[in-house]
Design a protein around this ligand. Structure first.
Ligand code: ADP
Ligand code: MG
Length: 265
């Protein structure tokens, strides 16, 4: 049995080395070692692994906080049978994240509620689980942040901050049209990340409308040129998951139904 003075000395040394988890687990690990006839090395491995585990968890939690996801939903939470226009195999392939390693992009297009944000978050969570840095922004949040930085003469450093994460998720492109400054700032960011860092972009608006979203067809085409050079585009056509229960009870018509009806009017 280790005497109290020796234990305290060892704890102090571990503390000085910054091995806080080892401090907490030293006594129980020593007890475990004597109860299980563990070797000295076996004891040391157990102690150090607990420190490594704790640090890994803390790093992941810090990455999760820094990502600013609107919610935490995974691929396991996604009901692929509800959205047959999505190729499940393609999404599972994307979840291997070679597009992030290659600095390529994913563009998700589709009407509201079909799972664009959910799938983006799910891929972002996979990236974080692999130890990659991720940042989630909405287009509105991004352009208003860059606009503020521009006004305060610190656009350069702000753009650098958005270039840093291995994966930048930019949600809801096209929900609101942009003015010239916002469009130019977004273009700068995309140009800086081009072939350097992966992006996931979601939009409810087809590429043909991006000219009016960005208020400038030339800029929109240069932007799309960069975004789509190395990109996987996922076109989701289907009903809003938010309407699922209403659809089931017959309270709402499906998008498909509504569009079909309008077309015959
Ligand atoms: P949008 O395409 O507008 O970004 P979201 O991804 O935010 O839509 O989806 C709206 C809500 O419905 C979210 O709570 C999301 O988790 C849920 N959802 C959407 N599609 C599915 C699905 N196929 N399976 C499970 N949940 C889904
Ligand atoms: Mg969304």
């Amino acid at each position: 049995m280790t005497d109290a003075l020796t234990l305290a000395k060892a704890q102090e040394a571990l503390q000085e080395l910054g091995l806080n988890r080892c401090v907490d687990l030293l006594a129980p690990s020593a007890e475990w070692a004597s109860e299980n006839d563990a070797t000295y090395i076996g004891f040391l491995v157990r102690l150090l692994e607990s420190e490594i585990d704790e640090r890994r968890t803390r790093r992941l939690q810090a990455k999760l906080r820094a990502a600013h996801f609107p919610y935490h939903k995974t691929l396991a939470d996604f009901d692929f049978s509800f959205q047959p226009s999505i190729d499940e195999r393609q999404i599972r392939e994307l979840a291997h994240l070679s597009f992030v390693a290659d600095g390529h992009n994913v563009v998700m297009l589709g009407p509201p509620g079909v799972g664009k944000t959910h799938l983006s978050v799910a891929l972002g969570l996979e990236a974080i689980a692999q130890g990659l840095s991720v940042s989630f922004v909405t287009m509105q949040g991004l352009v208003s942040d860059l606009r503020r930085a521009h006004a305060e003469n610190r656009l350069e450093s702000r753009i650098k901050m958005y270039v840093k994460p291995k994966l930048l998720i930019c949600d809801e492109v096209g929900y609101l049209p942009l003015d010239a400054l916002d469009a130019a700032n977004f273009f700068r960011l995309v140009s800086e990340r081009y072939e350097r860092g992966a992006m996931i972009i979601t939009s409810n608006t087809g590429f043909a409308n991006w000219g009016s979203v960005f208020g400038d067809p030339v800029l929109a085409s240069a932007l799309l040129d960069r975004i789509l050079h190395h990109a996987t585009t996922i076109n989701i056509r289907g009903n809003s998951f938010r309407m699922k229960d209403k659809l089931r009870s017959g309270l709402a018509q499906s998008h498909v139904g509504v569009v079909a009806e309008q077309a015959t009017e």
